[in-house]
Design a protein around this ligand. Structure first.
Ligand code: PLP
Length: 427
């Protein structure tokens, strides 16, 4: 039995499903999850000592690669001074100022410990600010696991949303309306029907949780305009795409300014840190200034802030995002070429340092397009690549992530493995 298998069997006894977050269990692709022992640069090694090129990067945070010396040094520098104080620190001001500089729509920002906390808090704030209850989200976007966000569309536009998880009260889901991504017509219908009840619209401007789906400019502009017209708060959930599709995030890429922004992943450099921020008048509603309660024992944790600050400094190196975008586009092209050579219907796309792989002829626009693409083919491709030492996300519904350590040799090695994998699929 492999050591991975041994560990999985042992984990199943003490941890539900053997994992601390469901997708890690390989449920949708099948097989044994790899237990990771260590990582460096673009690689990690599993419990059997096998090396993989890592295209997950901890689902986004590891944009400068694993165990970057500058991040390690920053963390080591603060470790000896204590891990958590529950009192303010100068480093928290520094990271807030750095975030404001990089994302100018953020006038004030509050640190939290996970993306879920960031979106949950931003929604409560938007509701407190507008004194409205209804929120709008889009099918296929994931915003963490707060109750009001684990909701799918009802049978029609004007029907209530339904929970996607047991344990979410129907009463909570009723306040969430779920619309189709990139569908301006449906958005207009919703705003015409109940625009003045909407507290907030939350969106992943570049969606990475239904594979990679790019928001169209027309769609994101329509969101901005409708929210302004109806006094709703526009929340960009940039937990995944922030600092990754461009230094200033998707809002810089599209030139569209949200009212609030949620950040996570890169902002903690692999440590538990996230944030939400935006317009000063809205942020003024948060406790202790205003009536909206929000708090956290470990919020602004000094070790997490040190890792985050070091990462934010590294991504400001001249040309960082241009090169990251080039390498990611190179990967997408190499994969698409490899599939074409083998005669497999497939395309890959990228935005900055994120990419998507689709067993379909064209890049998708919405969740239903992803559902229609071939999951069994993806699963077979995933396992061929895993065997060859290339670790993609273990689900056809996730985006991929490239780091600044994925150099030409790494991309070439991936392309080499992909040619063999696609050839095997074509047999
Ligand atoms: N928002 C987006 C866009 C995400 O991709 C995620 C996680 O993948 C979250 C929120 C939730 O973040 P966390 O897993 O840190 O709670």
């Amino acid at each position: 039995m492999s050591r991975n298998q041994e560990l999985f069997t042992r984990a199943l006894d003490s941890i539900p499903g053997g994992v601390n977050s469901p997708v890690r269990a390989f449920g949708s692709v099948g097989g044994t999850p790899r237990f990771i022992q260590r990582a460096n640069g673009p690689y990690f090694w599993d419990a059997d000592g096998k090396r993989y090129i890592d295209y997950i990067g901890s689902w986004g945070p590891m944009i400068v690669g694993h165990a970057h010396p500058a991040v390690i040094e920053a963390v080591q520098r603060v470790l000896g001074d204590g891990f958590s104080f529950g009192a303010p620190t100068e480093a928290e001001i520094e990271i807030a100022e750095e975030i404001r500089k990089l994302v100018p729509s953020i006038e004030q920002v509050r640190m939290v410990s996970s993306g879920t906390e960031a979106t949950m808090s931003a929604l409560r704030l938007a509701r407190g600010f507008t004194r409205r209850d209804r929120i709008v989200k889009f099918e296929g976007c994931y915003h963490g696991h707060a109750d009001s966000l684990l909701v799918k569309a009802g049978s029609g536009l004007l029907t209530f949303g339904n929970p996607t998880s047991a344990g979410v009260p129907a009463d909570t889901a009723h306040h969430t309306t779920v619309l189709e991504y990139n569908n301006v017509e449906q958005l207009d219908e919703a705003f015409a029907a109940f625009g003045d009840e909407i507290a907030a619209v939350i969106v992943e401007p570049v969606a990475g949780n239904m594979n990679l789906v790019r928001g169209t400019t027309a769609f994101l502009q329509a969101l901005r305009e409708r929210c302004t017209q109806h006094g709703a708060v526009l929340i960009f959930d940039e937990v995944m795409c922030g600092f990754r599709v461009a230094l200033g995030g998707a809002q810089a890429l599209y030139g569209i300014t949200p009212d609030l922004t949620c950040l996570g992943k890169v902002i903690g450099g692999g440590m538990p840190a996230a944030a939400f921020g935006g317009r000063r008048d809205i942020m003024a509603q948060i406790s202790p200034l205003g009536p909206v309660y929000q708090a956290g024992t470990l919020s602004g944790n000094p070790v997490a802030v040190a890792a985050g600050l070091a990462t934010l400094k590294l991504i400001q190196a001249p040309g960082f995002h241009a090169r990251l975008g080039e390498q990611t586009a190179k990967l997408a092209t190499a994969l698409t070429d490899a599939a074409r050579e083998a005669g497999v219907t497939f395309n890959a796309a990228s935005v900055g340092g994120m990419f998507g792989m689709y067993f379909a002829a064209h890049a998708p626009q919405r969740f239903s397009d992803i559902q229609a693409a071939g999951t069994p083919l993806f699963n077979a491709f995933f396992h061929h690549m895993l065997d060859a030492g290339v670790y993609f996300a273990p689900s056809a519904f996730e985006a991929g992530f490239v780091s600044s350590q994925h150099d030409d040799a790494v991309i070439d090695a991936t392309a080499h493995a992909a040619r063999a994998a696609f050839a095997a699929l074509a047999e």
